[in-house]
Design a protein around this ligand. Structure first.
Ligand SMILES: Nc1ncnc2c1ncn2[C@@H]1O[C@H](COP(=O)(O)OP(=O)(O)OP(=O)(O)O)[C@@H](O)[C@H]1O
Length: 616
């Protein structure tokens, strides 16, 4: 290739003249550089010095970084806590108590609910009330704990990482670094956090709920705190609650015995009975009394399948209470599948079906679950079941449960709940109107003359009864006393001037006598009494009208359901007849014609002379 080609066709002469002029200008520049030589030498020296200094600084910086990492690794302990794990909750509380985030200036504000948040308290606790202040925790925070420096960093939307739940997900996590040579400091810190959490939650029952399929947050991704309910507030037949508590206590403290006997250390309970009879309340009260946290899930949830159930159950810690409510909603029992015609209904104490649907099981069945029977059995007592747990299940329809589910080893104890008896109605009334609050019950004061005539008549009767009782000699201490009997040291009150405190037991007796036993759930009675919080006499006086109203509502509901069932299935009429005949087996009237009977709440009835005033 020639130069001429390279230069695009220009001749050699013009090229050499261009080269000559270029060399001349270069020589000219060189002379300029030469003139500046003296000056540039000093600049060059400074530049080299700067370069060396920069390199030393950078090397030092890198060395320092390297050393920090090494020292940090060598002389610190780091732990990660993932949202959704109970230990994360402990740390949240710990950091809130330590006031670590007080310096934060960036918050998310949420309305307060029962779910604990990563919140800090404002200086004025009265302002905290309805909102929670959740720092965004962008920057690492350093604080002192028991003489150690602890660094906290929170990763809100971290890069996807492998969670302890076995998947990659960006989960909020908390990174705690303690600067110490002692590895046990970490466990001491975690134990401190746990103890504080237990102490703070002592007045509460902690309920972990699996309420979404977001595995990244753990299976128990919602935490609620309910005020602990005293066991004494659960009104059941004598001894039922005590037996349950001592059984669970015995189980919890006899782990060694189970191991020695080669029996898996787990215990299953099934609480069954009509809605609103206290099954869930009993479980919450029991968990509170035994300091157990509840892990509750519903098999009807659309995201709960065998795999989810398995993983969720195995992530429940030891000495916790695993609760499945409405366990029947998952599937039909084998018998039920075989005999789809068999109607299911609760019966009142008189044998009459109560609150049933005439449409048979299909009409009452809730949504089916993705959980299979074998999946559930496996979780309760198969290889998938974890030991050291109390398993509780509730159902309104024990008849629907497969016998395999009910066998001992899976369900070790069944407790039947029933519609309220007279003594439950009596106890409930006393719970609503404790004598300690008698000052609130103005209608009972001797001076109150402007009360409704019906209530007035009721109070008169109570006054009469109380004064009559006051005239009785003090009962022999060996004689069993009625709950409403006056105590021996009760001062005798003159007729017509009975102190309110003494009217309450008499009103409770009158109320219990007014309520037909085995017809209403405790929840229904509770709802009625709530409407009369401060007026016990009005509650007694109005009981009769309320019962009539309830009768009417039930009849209307049953008629509607029967009509719907008739429409849905041609043979429903036969089923309805069959169900109605259940009520006639013991000679009782058909629920269609006379579902309820109740005893007049008069004082004579309280003394045992029952008077049937049933209508319709
Ligand atoms: N035996 C009882 N003792 C005290 N309170 C009760 C009792 N039964 C029901 N209650 C009250 O009624 C309400 C509902 O009770 P709870 O939820 O325990 O009933 P349940 O039997 O679990 O109902 P469901 O079968 O519908 O879940 C609660 O507020 C509870 O206080």
């Amino acid at each position: 290739m020639s130069y001429s080609n390279l230069l695009g066709g220009e001749d050699i002469g013009s090229y050499s003249s261009w080269l000559t002029s270029l060399l001349t200008s270069f020589m000219g520049l060189s002379s300029v550089f030469g003139a500046l030589g003296m000056v540039s030498q000093s600049y060059l020296g400074s530049s080299i010095k700067l370069l060396i200094l920069g390199s030393v600084i950078e090397t030092g910086r890198r060395l320092f970084q390297w050393l920090t990492v090494r020292l940090r690794f060598q002389y610190s302990v780091t732990a990660q806590f993932y949202e959704g794990d109970p230990a994360y909750e402990w740390m949240i509380l710990f950091l809130t108590q330590e006031g670590v985030w007080r310096s934060s200036r960036d918050f998310i504000v949420n309305a307060t609910n029962s779910r604990r948040k990563w919140s800090v308290k404002t200086a004025d606790p009265t302002i905290q009330g309805n909102a929670e202040y959740v720092p965004t925790y962008e920057h690492p925070q350093l604080f002192r704990w028991r003489g150690h420096w602890v660094e906290i960093r929170r990763n809100q939307d971290g890069a996807p990482c492998m969670t302890p739940f076995g998947n990659f997900q960006s989960v909020a996590n908390l990174c705690v670094t303690i600067y110490t040579l002692n590895m046990t400091t970490l466990s001491e810190l975690v134990e401190d956090a746990r103890t504080r959490y237990v102490d703070v939650n002592r007045p509460n029952v902690v309920i972990h709920i699996a309420d979404s399929q977001n595995y990244g947050l753990g299976h128990w991704n919602s935490v609620k705190h309910k005020v602990r309910r005293p066991l004494s507030s659960i009104i059941l037949k004598d001894g039922v609650v005590d037996a349950l508590v001592s059984d669970a206590q015995e189980f919890l403290k006899s782990e060694d015995w189970y191991v020695e006997a080669g029996i898996p250390h787990r215990r299953g309970y099934l609480l069954h009975g009509p809605p609103g009879t206290g099954k869930t309340s009993t479980i919450y009260a029991l968990a509170g009394a035994l300091n157990l946290e509840i892990y509750s899930l519903s098999l009807a949830s659309s995201f709960v399948d065998d795999a989810f159930l398995q993983r969720a159950a195995s992530s429940i810690p030891k000495h916790a209470l695993f609760l499945i409510e409405d366990i029947d909603c998952a599937f039909a029992s084998r018998e039920e599948e075989d005999d789809a015609q068999q109607p299911v209904a609760y019966r009142s104490q008189s044998g009459r079906p109560v609150g049933m649907s005439a449409g048979g099981p299909d009409a009452q069945r809730g949504p089916r679950s993705l959980v299979s029977l074998s999946g559930l059995l496996n979780v309760i007592d198969g290889v998938g079941s974890e030991e050291g747990k109390l398993f509780f299940a509730t159902t309104n329809y024990i008849d629907r449960l497969d016998p395999a589910l009910l066998r001992p080893g899976r369900i070790d104890r069944k407790v039947a709940y029933e519609l309220a008896t007279a003594s439950q109605a009596h106890a409930l009334f006393l719970r609503f109107f404790p004598a300690a609050r008698f000052a609130d019950f103005v209608e009972l004061a001797p001076t109150s003359s402007n009360v409704d005539p019906e209530i007035g008549a009721c109070i008169d009767k109570v006054d009469f009864l109380a004064t009559e009782k006051a005239k009785l000699p003090a009962p022999d201490s060996k004689t069993p006393q009625r709950p409403d009997a006056p105590t021996p040291d009760t001062p005798k009150a003159p007729a017509g001037d009975v102190p309110p405190r003494e009217k309450i037991p008499a009103l409770a007796t009158a109320f219990a006598a007014a309520i037909p036993p085995g017809q209403f759930s405790t929840a229904e009675l509770q709802c009625y009494l709530q409407a009369h919080k401060k007026t016990p006499a009005a509650a007694v006086a109005g009981a009769r009208a309320w019962i009539a109203e309830q009768c009417e509502e039930r009849r209307a509901r049953e008629a509607r359901e029967a009509a719907r069932a008739r429409k849905a299935k041609p043979d429903a009429k036969a089923k309805v007849d069959k169900v109605e005949n259940l009520g006639r087996d013991d000679g009782a009237e058909s629920p269609a014609t006379s579902e309820f009977s109740y005893v007049d709440g008069s004082l004579s009835a309280a003394d045992g002379q029952k008077e049937d005033t049933c209508t319709s």
